[in-house]
Design a protein around this ligand. Structure first.
Ligand code: SF4
Length: 374
């Protein structure tokens, strides 16, 4: 199975925590859409497995595009790629873009999954994060999406926001459970250097929450979602049965994908391509008929370690047969005493087929994966 990721590098305003690639100046939006269409054309032979089963508009803020522009990009995908009969087509959206008219247009053109950036239901924290929407708009967007027929929604939340204590976090979780999205992604607020929060932290004007505070809210998250019948199929991702993101799951299972747009990357099983992050240069290079990317050939060790890192975070865990057949790695033998130790301590579950994390292990996912690296 193959997936296509399309990066839309524009946002209405810069959220204070975000270091993704985006610009708030929309002057190049039309040209960007044309360049994306052009890149789709030029990359039509990239994917080793030809059938495309998932298409994902990410960003930035894809919902900032007009429906006509999203339609042009989708048309380009259908023109040059073999798209499966029932593809998963996701669009990341901000609540303030989701009017009833827009949602009906998106649904008509085949978008069947929305990922809405809610982040918090409280005005003061949305302001701290510099989100462009308020709590009422978030609720309205979900209601509008349901009336437009969307039955596969992901909603995003952020936890470990300083001064947002555990009872306020619980309030967000309870409200979220009333909305009952099919999928929920929740991320701990991390402070990146090149963001407003990063600069304030450096100057001592902002104090991030500590690891203990964050871990407690993560446990609250896991408990609440489990009580309501959600599966934690990846550390930060929860879903109702069968509603996992097919697109993201393919990344975690080492499947190839094609990334289109500035800053997007692609993976064909052997190498990774990174598109340049500069919007004007991206557009200019494509206008001249070339794709502006850098190539990184991955050696077996890098591929193996990446697989360990991503698969361990999922509920399917590290597939030992896959490790053996793809990398000739006998992990049970290579890390025998370490695995027995952390299994006895209750951090992993061990079988002949897979290694999965227990609830306690999920708090240490990345450390455990690094300890298993080649
Ligand atoms: S809308 Fe999303 S991509 Fe844009 S700045 Fe905010 S968090 Fe970042």
């Amino acid at each position: 199975m193959s997936g296509i990721y399309i990066h839309i590098p524009f946002c209405k305003q810069a959220c204070h925590y975000c270091d993704f690639h985006f610009r708030t100046n929309l002057k190049l939006k039309e040209q960007m859409v044309q360049a994306i269409v052009q890149e789709l054309k030029l990359q039509k032979n990239y994917l080793p497995e030809k059938t495309v089963r998932t298409i994902y508009f990410g960003g930035g803020t894809p919902s900032i595009l007009q429906s006509r522009e999203i339609g042009n990009i989708l048309e380009a995908v259908y023109k040059d790629y073999e798209v499966a009969a029932a593809p998963e087509i996701t669009l990341e959206a901000n609540p303030d873009d989701l009017s009833k008219t827009k949602l009906n247009e998106l649904s008509t053109m085949g978008i069947n999954r929305l990922s809405i950036g809610i982040q918090s239901f409280e005005e003061r924290f949305l302001k701290l994060l510099n989100r462009a929407h308020g709590p009422r708009e978030a609720l309205q967007a979900v209601e509008n999406a349901r009336s437009a027929g969307f039955d596969n929604l992901n909603l995003d939340l952020i936890y470990a926001i300083p001064h947002k204590d555990h009872s306020l976090w619980q309030k967000d979780l309870d409200l979220m459970m009333k909305l009952r999205p099919e999928h929920l992604s929740a991320y701990s607020l991390t402070i990146e250097e090149n963001t407003a929060l990063g600069r304030w932290t450096k100057k001592g004007r902002f104090s991030p929450a500590d690891d203990h505070f964050s871990a407690e809210q993560f446990e609250q998250l896991m408990e609440t979602l489990s009580e309501h019948g959600y599966q934690q199929y990846e550390i930060s991702n929860f879903c109702l049965p069968e509603k996992h993101s097919r697109h993201n799951t393919a990344y975690w299972k080492d499947k190839p994908y094609l990334g289109i747009g500035p800053g997007a990357h692609s993976y064909n099983g052997k190498s990774r391509q990174y598109n340049i992050l500069n919007n004007p240069k991206y557009i200019r290079t494509l206008e001249n008929g070339n794709i502006p990317f850098e190539l990184e050939t991955l050696d077996e060790e890098e591929r193996l370690n990446e697989y360990l890192l991503t698969s361990l975070r999922t509920m399917w865990g590290i597939n030992l047969n896959y490790l053996q057949s793809e990398f000739q790695d006998d992990l049970l033998k290579r890390k025998n005493s370490y695995l027995s130790k952390i299994s006895t301590e209750g951090f992993i579950e061990l079988s002949n087929q897979a290694i999965t994390l227990t609830k306690n292990g999920r708090l240490l996912a990345d450390k455990i994966a690094c300890d298993l690296f080649l």
